[in-house]
Design a protein around this ligand. Structure first.
Ligand code: 5AD
Ligand code: FES
Length: 327
């Protein structure tokens, strides 16, 4: 699909049903009916950055900050493995407390288990990425957020669009399964730039793509902006499946925040991954990237049971594999 074709589909509401069915068919043909579960550990909500949309931004003084230390991370990991998870995702704000040495220790400990490990801890130097890889990390998530350079710089004070892109190419060249993605519905974001986002995923040959609607957070500069559209986010995701047929695409939590059946709708429109939280209840509400986050009153066992029930109800099953990109 070229840019104009993507724009046409994104702006034509009459093609939605066709698009979602087609993305579902391409998903089934290329990655099958199994759904990969990734156990998510949000281990620190401390962040040095000021992304204008994000509730974890350093200027938000109202949020109660926390850090989960190594031993507790390992406890959640062990518990997740006992529940059948084959991938752990470590996510945090950009928190300097976890320097390279601390991260390497955590990575090595987790990788003593026979599971895949994904990191989602922000922009790092080439050498840091290289050390993480050598210690055993398999995958890395770093959303580009938007490929519209002007909008990127508007949304991310003191950040460089070029550096973010470079990080992604560095991750790829180091052999990480590399995940990226975008927000849908940022103020002044255009359909054209969403088409560019999808073309960028293709150009990078991303292995995983996470797409979610923007949800305004009260303690951010974007508090009065309109929220993103669930269906538009779903369309961007579905077109991404058509353009990159064999990659892993999560049904994102932000989608479920805007639509009570969002993750299941996504799983039937091109997605093949879900990332349930595997930490204890006490941290969930505090990792408030955006308001209305799901599962803040559940524990890991409840989420595991809940999501399995929903997946089975649509005739799909949970994968027992680590779930690397097939390709
Ligand atoms: N609404 C929706 N998604 C958000 N993210 C950050 N803030 C918001 C928000 N207000 C997403 C970003 C980030 C991911 C971890 O969460 O895309 O990469
Ligand atoms: Fe957490 Fe459904 S996945 S309650």
């Amino acid at each position: 699909m070229n840019k104009q074709e993507i724009i046409n589909i994104l702006s034509d509401e009459t093609k939605n049903d066709w698009l979602f069915k087609e993305a579902n068919r391409v998903r089934k043909e290329n990655v099958g009916d199994k759904v990969h579960l990734r156990g998510l550990i949000e281990f620190s909500n401390i962040c040095k950055r000021q992304c204008k949309y994000c509730g974890l931004r350093s200027e938000n003084k109202e949020i109660e900050r926390y850090r989960i230390l190594k031993d507790e991370i390992l406890l959640y990991t062990k518990n997740a493995i006992d529940m059948g998870y084959r991938t752990i995702v470590l996510q945090s704000g950009e928190d300097n407390f976890y320097d390279t040495d601390k991260m390497l220790e955590i990575i090595r400990e987790i990788k003593k288990h026979d599971i895949a490990l994904t990191l989602s801890i922000g922009e790092k130097t080439y050498d840091e990425f290289k050390a993480f890889k050598k210690a055993g990390a398999d995958r890395y998530l770093l959303r580009i957020e938007t490929t519209d350079k002007r909008l990127y710089e508007e949304m991310h004070p003191n950040a460089s669009y070029e550096n973010r892109k470079q990080c992604l190419y560095n991750l790829k060249s180091l052999g990480f399964e590399t995940g990226t993605g975008c927000l849908v519905g940022l103020p002044n974001q255009t359909i054209e730039s969403l088409a560019d986002d999808i073309l960028f995923f293709k150009e990078l040959d991303a292995d995983m793509i996470g797409i979610g609607p923007f949800i305004p957070h009260k303690q951010t500069p974007l508090k009065d902006c309109a929220k993103g559209d669930f269906w538009l986010a779903l369309k961007v995701m579905a077109i991404t499946r058509l353009c990159l047929p064999d990659i892993n695409i999560p049904a994102t939590t932000a989608m479920e925040t805007l639509n009570p059946n969002g993750r299941i709708i996504a799983l039937q429109s091109g997605a093949n991954v879900v990332m349930p939280n595997v930490t204890s209840k006490e941290y969930r509400a505090k990792y408030e990237i955006y308001p209305g986050k799901i599962c803040i009153n559940e524990n890991p066992e409840q989420c595991r049971g809940c999501i399995e029930g929903k997946i089975r109800a649509i005739g799909r099953t949970i994968s027992k594999e680590k779930g690397f990109r097939k390709g």
